[in-house]
Unconditional design. Structure first.
Length: 136
């Protein structure tokens, strides 16, 4: 399952994601992972949530991000939720490529029960209709 947390910069997307991740840890029967650009969330997330900094791996662009997320899931079958902050900073703002990546990830998550939540710094009204369907 794929979900989007959408809002303009400063609207509280990251705070919402932090709360969702910490809550998911309480009910998850597996591992919770948070992927971000940098390590700003180190002290906001429960220490049991695996925090991954994409900058350490040189990830940029939709294709690299897709491969990275696939690698996370392939390397750990116990992941139940992946929270992805700062999606536009990592991938860029091309909504067509974002939709393509989400559709590919949706096929993968349907088979393994992983939920991936992306934060997207955009006005919900300005998103294409197909992306609006994923808004949490």
């Amino acid at each position: 399952m794929i979900k989007l947390i959408v809002g303009l910069k400063g609207s509280g997307k990251t705070k919402t994601m932090i709360n969702m991740a910490n809550d998911a840890l309480k009910t998850s029967k597996g591992n919770v992972v948070c992927v971000e650009k940098g390590i700003q969330l180190t002290y906001d997330l429960n220490y049991q949530i695996r925090l991954v900094d994409v900058d350490q791996y040189g990830i940029s662009g939709h294709d690299a991000y897709f491969g990275f997320l696939c690698g996370l899931m392939a390397g750990n079958y116990d992941i139940t939720e992946i929270f992805c902050d700062a999606t536009y900073k990592i991938c860029g703002t091309d909504n067509d490529k974002l939709l393509e990546m989400i559709k590919k990830l949706e096929k993968l998550t349907a088979n393994n029960g992983v939920t991936i939540i992306f934060s997207v710094s955009a006005d919900a009204e300005g998103l294409p209709e197909e992306l609006k369907a994923y808004i949490a």
